[in-house]
Design a protein around this ligand. Structure first.
Ligand SMILES: Cc1cc2nc3c(=O)[nH]c(=O)nc-3n(C[C@H](O)[C@H](O)[C@H](O)COP(=O)(O)O)c2cc1C
Length: 277
């Protein structure tokens, strides 16, 4: 069984590519909270790096999942460049449950945070083929149930950036904001958000100065954002913005082998809080 978390499809695509040759099923980490994994002989966890660490949602979900202790367990992380503390964090969370990670590795994909910093994720020019050999190695290693921990060490910078007030400051840079002038209340972001953290509301109360908008429902992002930027990348009207800059259509990205419907179908999430405590 392979459990995944994904905001824009990179990690879902990698989870599927690993699952197929191994003959494993793929379910989201949100679904896994209610799943019976006790009979599984092999468990994989696939998710992205956000802010040099595992996503808030992953950190909150893993302690809620009952992992089998005797299964061959692996972690594969997607990242724009470096995983820093992401594998270390998840290994530590699994260890608390008495689960030992047998294998971990990373794979590079387009950086979905790029548009928050005024850069293009470069989906059109990204050389997916360049990283195919790494994926083949990972699949071969997992088929042979190898024991090898790549990129699993502790990284002080990753830890520092995700602690206390520094975390709040950095997370703010990649927290999506709805531009109520552009939002037409189409509901796509509501359905895409893996956290169930977006709803449509009348914007009367929140923007008394925008009288012209008061009669239309607009998206409202709640307090449990995990910063996946799915809402920013999938909005057909570029109405969800990040990094204090308008969203450019050409900068919106999702993995080419993952469709909007894939991101919506897997929505058996439970509306949840990022705070694991
Ligand atoms: C808020 C945010 C922060 C990110 N931080 C990092 C990072 O610290 N290091 C890195 O290599 N990639 C980083 N990325 C890039 C993602 O790890 C990468 O694009 C990932 O494959 C996205 O996967 P997904 O489509 O499954 O969500 C970040 C992406 C986002 C949205």
């Amino acid at each position: 069984m392979i459990l995944y978390f994904s905001g824009t499809g990179n990690s879902l695509a990698i989870a599927r590519k690993i699952a197929e040759p191994l003959g494993e099923q793929v379910i989201s980490l949100h679904e896994a909270v209610a799943a019976d994994l006790s009979g599984e002989k092999r468990i994989g966890v696939v998710f992205p790096t956000y802010w040099l660490d595992a996503p808030l949602a992953v950190k909150a979900l893993i302690p809620r999942i009952v992992f089998p202790k005797d299964a061959y367990t692996f972690v594969v992380i997607t990242c724009g460049a470096q995983t820093n503390n992401a594998i270390w964090t998840v290994r530590r969370l699994l260890k608390r449950q008495g689960v030992r990670v047998d294998y971990c590795h990373k794979i590079r994909v387009p950086d979905t945070s790029a548009l928050a910093f005024g850069r293009n994720p470069n989906a059109q020019t990204w050389k997916f083929d360049k990283f195919a050999p790494r994926l083949e190695t990972i699949i071969a290693d997992l088929s042979a149930e190898k024991h090898r921990l790549h990129f699993a060490g502790f990284d002080p910078l990753g830890w520092l950036l995700n602690a206390g007030s520094l975390a709040k400051k950095s997370y703010r840079l990649t927290t999506p904001v709805v531009n109520t002038d552009k939002c037409i209340g189409c509901n796509i972001c509501v359905r895409v958000c893996p956290q169930g953290n977006i709803s449509l509301t009348d914007n009367t109360d929140r923007s008394a100065d925008r009288v012209q908008n008061t009669d239309k429902p607009v998206a409202h992002i709640g307090d449990n954002c995990t910063l996946c930027l799915g809402c920013v990348h999938f909005c057909p009207h570029q109405a969800v913005e990040v990094g204090n800059r308008p969203t450019q259509k050409g900068y919106q990205y999702h993995h080419p082998q993952v469709k909007l419907k894939d991101m919506i179908i897997r929505k058996q999430y439970q509306k949840m809080d990022n705070n694991p405590h």
